[in-house]
Every structure is written in C-alpha cells, then in structure tokens.
Design a binder for this molecule. Structure first.
Ligand code: SF4
Ligand code: SF4
Length: 545
C-alpha cells in the first residue's frame, strides 16, 4: 500500500484511499501530510512542556493549527508548502527543546531531515495506520485526529480575527500527544467526548469572532445572476480575507462575487455595506471545474474546498490561494511582512482586464438566519409551532460533494410536507436552496444559518426552544437532524452536537469509513446515530408524513 487516507466521506470503497485520493490527492502529498502531522506531534510534546514552564508558545500553537488545517480534505495539494510547514515544525520544536527538559522518547521529538528526499522517505512510515495495532483504538485515534483537524480550521478563522483561547490550543496539542500513547477503549471513548466538548468551545469562539467583528447576520436577499463589470470570485470560509479584498477593491470598477461557502458573507452588516459585493456565483465547491470556466475573472480561495483542475482547464492562471490552501498550479498570496496584511492588487489588476462573468442562472436566494436573527423571530416561530402551522423542523446542515447518492437530499427536501421547515448551514444547502419551497406564515421553509460552523446556530436555537417550551430534554423538541457530511469540519460539528446532548442524528450519505463495527456500535448505543436509507423510509423513521 503506497498511501492510506480515510478521513473523508468520499474515501475509496468507504474504507480508505490507497493509490490516489478520490479527491485528487496524490500518494506523495498524502504521505507528506501524514509527516506534517507527525512533526506537529513532536512540536506538541515540546510546546506542552514549555507551557508548563510558563513560556509563551502562541507562535507554535498557531503553527500547529495552520498545519492541521493544511491537511484537511481539499485544502492543500502543494508538496513544497507542506514540506516547508514540516521544516518549520522541526525548527520550532528544536528551539523549544533548548529551553525544556523532555524525558519522553517518541520518534517525533527527535527525528530530523534536511533534504526533501529524506522527508519523502520518512513520510512513508508515519501513516495513521501505525497509530495503534488494535483496530478499534486506531479507529478512535483517527476519529480524534480528524476532530482536531476540523477544530483547527475553525480556530484559525477565529485567530485571524484576533480571537484565541489557550485551552483549545492545549487540547489540540494534548490530542496529538495522546495518539502516540497506549490507550484503553474506554479512555478513547472519553477522549472523543472531550473532543466534542472542545468542538463546542471552538464553534462558540468563532461565532463570537465573526459576529463581534462583522455584526450579527441579518435576513438578506442575494442575487445569483451577474452584472456588467468584471468580477473576482471568492471561495472558502475566511471572512477576514474577504473583508480585506473588499476594502482594496472598493472603487476600482470590479465587482466581488461569492462562491460556495462564502455565500453567507452577504448577510453580515459590515460586509454587505460594500456595494461591490454584488452576488453569489454558482453552487457548491465540487461544481467549480465548470463554474470557474464561465466566471471569466480571477478566483481567490481563502480555504477549502479546492478541486485539482482538469488537464483542459483554462482558468489556472486566474486562480489564487491564501491561508492554509495551496495548489501547485495556482499562485499563493501570503501575509506581507510587517503589517501582516495581504496584498490583493495583482488579483484586482487582473480582474480589470477580464470580461464580466457569463450568466449561468438568475434570481435571488434568501439567507441570514443565524441564531440571533432566528431568536428575534422566536415569537413568530413559536406561534406557528403552537398553532400546528409548523409541525416539524429538520436540520439538514452539513456538506455537499460529488456522489450521486447525495441526490437523496434534494428528494428529501422536495418530499417534506409543507408544514415542515428546513434548518440548514454549510454547502449541503445547494442541494435544495433554489427549489422555491415557499414559506409558512411568512417564515421561509429553508432557513439558512450560514457556513458549516454556523450549525452551532441550530444547537443554540434548539437549546433556547427547549428552555422556552419548558422541556427537560432537547430531544423532545419537534426538531430532527438529517445531516450530510463530507470532511473533517463536519466531524467536529457533529461531535459538538453530540456533546450538546442531541441524539438520533442521521448522517449520510454513508457512515464514516474509519469507524470499525465496534466503534459504530458504541456511537449508536450512546447517541442513536444512524445512517440514511431511502427518502420514504427515513420520512417514516422521523415520523414525518
Ligand atoms: S481526503 Fe478523502 S478522498 Fe482524499 S485521499 Fe483522503 S479519504 Fe481519499
Ligand atoms: S460544508 Fe463541508 S464540504 Fe462544504 S465547504 Fe464546509 S466543510 Fe467543506
């Protein structure tokens, strides 16, 4: 076996990619990502020890978070950048080692390499398959690793806005070290529970960072057509990058369009005030290989999901990456030394010379139903629930991806009775947010809270409804969870929901391939987690008909 990766829903045969990734990740890149995690483990050992001595390890913590983010699905395909991040881990680690006494002997504390060839060679021997000889423990260690990868993505967006919590960094580092140690099955199950607890913390932190920087999202109609000006298309989740681009492009005759997960930015008061943030172009991330062709102008990726371009792609010279993302064919924009800001002038100048985007659809979609906005409508919603106008709410948050099986979610949305409201977030929404499902007494039947991290909004809304309705158990609410997952951010969101006491969630289109039958049994017994079947069956299981 030349590589092994089983971290996402599209993993080959639902067991693991072993030749090339279904996502397009090549063997060397997959192995180098494993090596980067290994290097983060050595750095985590030393950072924990340095923290005990009162040394400031913020720089190291941020580097670990950024490195883990680089290894999530569809974030970074650039070997050079991954090797550089690994070298930086070794430099940070060796610097800290001069200041602390480490009695631990794990290989990650002492291994070093100089030439790229040494990195490639070592990378073949640090796969997650080596995490434990016992397969249930190994699966749970992989589960916790994938959880902290998702956690790191959210922590990075928060620290980009100046919001950090040391205990989140500490937990990430403790998890990296824990993976190297012998663990019991019960110890691992407890660790997974703790991962969910820190998942809640990181989601709350990012929510605070986003809303205190850009204001609370408000109900907003977003154009999905095109204008006459040239445009720049922005994808990913990082609102800070979008804001910087909006500032730098203001008054330059260039319009800014959002793609995929950046759609929710239109609802934030401090972003929607820019008149040249004009529309959302296209659909979920996996449609980019067609939609980038017709967009005509430059594209900026602030985070995943990147899809390796086809050989025939005409847009390679128009795509830029930043933050944790990378693709060898595309140009990277980093922070400027000194003020740490990013210079997007090259993208703006390129846009001016490009034709306007070609229209692929037109109309409007309504967004902005994050927790603050929904709770301000709580009276109206409760009235509709009490009068029976709303009988059920279905949380259909999560991800979208390529598999045909995901048509289930469109069919499920279509077949829901008209007294049912869909609560959504993440790019799963693109499966049904243009179906014109109507409204109930003025409340749209698809309430879109925002990005995948905004699934936290639905947990807050559920907790509030439980309080107002005076229920002793959140699971007695008329809310069911039918969640689509794809990558590691969805794993941490799901663990956070479980930690908040939400039971009987349905996840699909398949259960995670990294779960062994025993691990699955534990998750099912503890939380009633199930997978989807057919639309008709699941409507019956949810008691919706
Ligand atoms: S990220 Fe997913 S598709 Fe890509 S190699 Fe890993 S398991 Fe396979
Ligand atoms: S919802 Fe899931 S698939 Fe979509 S961008 Fe977010 S993490 Fe990726």
């Amino acid at each position: 076996m030349s590589m092994f990766c089983n971290q996402c829903q599209e993993t080959a045969k639902n067991t693991g990619c072993t030749i090339n990734g279904v996502c397009g990740k090549r063997e060397d890149t997959a192995n180098l990502q494993d090596l980067l995690i290994f290097a983060c483990q050595g750095l985590a050992y030393t950072a924990i020890e340095a923290g005990k001595k009162g040394l400031n390890t913020n720089r190291e913590s941020r580097h670990i978070v950024n490195s883990l983010f680089m290894t999530i699905t569809n974030a970074n395909f650039d070997d050079k950048v991954i090797i550089q991040a690994t070298r930086d881990c070794l430099i940070y680690r060796d610097n800290l080692k001069t200041k602390v006494n480490l009695s631990e002997k794990h290989d990650s504390i002492n291994w070093s390499g100089k030439e790229d060839t040494e990195f490639y060679e070592k990378s073949k021997n640090v796969s997650t398959l080596f995490y434990d000889s016992e397969q249930d423990i190994r699966a749970l260690k992989q589960y916790s690793l994938f959880g902290i990868k998702g956690m790191s993505a959210y922590a990075e967006h928060a620290f980009n806005l100046g919001f950090e919590e040391q205990d989140i960094y500490d937990f990430i580092q403790q998890t990296l070290v824990m993976i190297t140690k012998p663990m019991s099955l019960n110890g691992m199950v407890d660790w997974i529970m703790r991962t969910g607890e820190y998942g809640v913390k990181v989601l709350a932190l990012l929510d605070k960072a986003n809303t205190s920087t850009f204001g609370n999202p408000e109900i907003t109609k977003v154009n999905i057509g095109t204008g006459k000006n040239p445009g720049i298309l922005v994808s990913g989740h990082d609102l800070k990058d979008l804001e910087e681009l909006l500032i730098q492009s203001d008054g330059k005759g260039v319009d800014i369009y959002t793609h995929s997960e950046m759609l929710p930015s239109h609802a934030y008061p401090s972003l929607k005030k820019y008149k040249h943030l004009v529309a959302n172009y296209g659909n979920a991330w996996h449609r980019q290989i067609d939609e980038f062709e017709t967009f005509n102008g430059p594209i900026l990726f602030t985070t995943n999901c990147l899809v390796p371009p086809r050989k025939t792609a005409t847009y390679n010279n128009r795509v830029f990456t930043t933050g944790a993302t990378g693709m060898p064919e595309w140009k990277y924009i980093g922070n400027k030394p000194g003020n740490g800001k990013k210079d997007f002038s090259e993208i703006i100048e390129m846009a001016k010379k490009c034709p306007a985007p070609s229209e692929i659809e037109n109309g409007e979609i309504v967004i902005g139903f994050a927790h603050n906005q929904v709770l301000s409508l709580a009276d109206k919603i409760l009235e509709a629930v009490n009068s029976g106008a709303i009988k059920r709410m279905v949380v259909m948050s999560g991800c979208d991806a390529r598999q045909k099986a995901r048509e289930y979610y469109t069919e499920f949305a279509k077949k829901l009775p008209k007294d049912t409201v869909i609560l959504t977030s993440g790019c799963a929404k693109y499966r049904y947010n243009k179906l014109n499902l109507g409204d109930i007494n003025g409340i749209p039947r698809v309430l879109d809270a925002g990005q995948c991290n905004d699934s936290y909004s639905w947990a807050l809304v559920a907790l509030k409804l439980k309080e107002v309705l005076n229920l002793d158990d959140i699971n007695k609410l008329p809310i069911v969870f039918n969640i689509a997952w794809y990558e590691q951010k969805a794993i941490i969101v799901h663990l956070a929901l479980l930690n908040l006491g939400i039971k009987n969630t349905h996840i699909g289109p398949t259960l995670p391939g990294f779960m062994t039958p025993n691990v699955l049994k534990v998750v099912q017994q503890k939380f009633g987690v199930q997978t989807i079947t057919t639309v008709e069956e699941d409507l019956k299981v949810f008691g919706i008909n």
